[in-house]
Design a protein around this ligand. Structure first.
Ligand SMILES: [Fe+2]
Length: 200
C-alpha cells in the first residue's frame, strides 16, 4: 500500500487530548514536533508491516509513544525550554529530566507499559552514551529506537528559531553517519528504505 494513502496516527482519547492541549499551550513548537514525529513513526511502522518486518510491533503504540515523547517538557521551565543559546550544564540536566517525567505520567497504566518505555528511553544511544539509563544496542526498547530516529529527522528538517531546516537528504545523511553510534544500524537502513519508497 502507498504509505501516503494511510490514515494518520490514531487520535487519542479525551484525556490524552487534554494532555496534548496543555503541551500546545506550553510550547506550540514541541506540540507540532510531537505530532509530526508521531505521524511519521506511524507511517514508518505501517511500511515495515507492509514488508512483513517487525510485525510484532504495534504501529498504534509507536504513534502514541511518539506523540507523548516530549510531554515531560511541560515540567521544564519556560526560560530553559525557550532559551535560544546553549544550555548550561545545570539547565541541560533539568531539560534531560523530561523523558523521565513523561514516563512517570504513563507508567502506572499497565496497558501503556511499552508506550511509557518508549518515552523514557527515546534519548538513549546505540553506543550507551545516551540518557537516562545509558542503555546500549538492543537493550533499548524498539519503540524508543524508532522514535529516536524520527525525532532527530524531524528536528533537522524543521526550522526553529535557532536553525534553518535542512533537506530530507541532508538529514538522512547525518543519521546515516551516526548509525552504530547514536542510532540502531538496522533501523537506519530501514528508515532510508521507507523514505525512499515514500518519495517515489
Ligand atoms: Fe525528547
Amino acid at each position: 500500500m502507498d504509505a501516503r494513502t494511510l490514515p494518520s496516527a490514531p487520535v487519542p482519547g479525551s484525556l490524552e487530548n487534554t494532555l496534548l492541549e496543555l503541551l500546545r499551550r506550553k510550547s506550540d513548537e514541541t506540540h507540532a514536533h510531537s505530532s509530526r514525529v508521531s505521524d511519521l513513526a506511524w507511517e514508518w511502522v505501517e511500511h515495515m508491516h507492509s514488508r512483513s518486518k517487525w510485525l510484532e510491533v504495534s504501529a498504534s503504540e509507536v504513534a502514541l509513544s511518539a506523540r507523548f515523547h516530549d510531554i515531560g517538557k511541560m515540567a521544564v521551565s519556560d526560560a530553559i525550554l525557550n532559551k535560544s543559546g546553549p544550555l548550561s550544564a545545570v539547565e541541560r540536566e533539568q531539560m534531560n529530566e523530561h523523558s523521565r517525567i513523561g514516563y512517570e505520567l504513563f507508567c502506572n497504566v499497565s496497558s501503556l507499559e511499552q508506550v511509557s518505555l518508549g518515552i523514557l528511553h527515546h534519548h538513549e544511544r546505540w553506543d550507551g552514551a545516551g540518557y537516562p539509563a545509558g542503555l546500549r544496542g538492543n537493550e533499548i526498547p524498539f519503540l524508543a529506537r524508532v522514535i529516536g530516529i524520527v525525532d532527530a529527522f524531524d528536528a533537522m528538517t524543521s526550522s526553529r528559531c535557532y536553525q534553518r531546516a535542512r533537506s530530507e537528504s541532508a538529514a538522512l545523511e547525518e543519521i546515516h553517519l551516526n548509525r552504530g553510534s547514536q542510532f540502531c544500524p538496522e533501523l537506519v537502513e530501514d528508515f532510508a528504505q521507507f523514505l525512499n519508497a515514500r518519495n517515489t
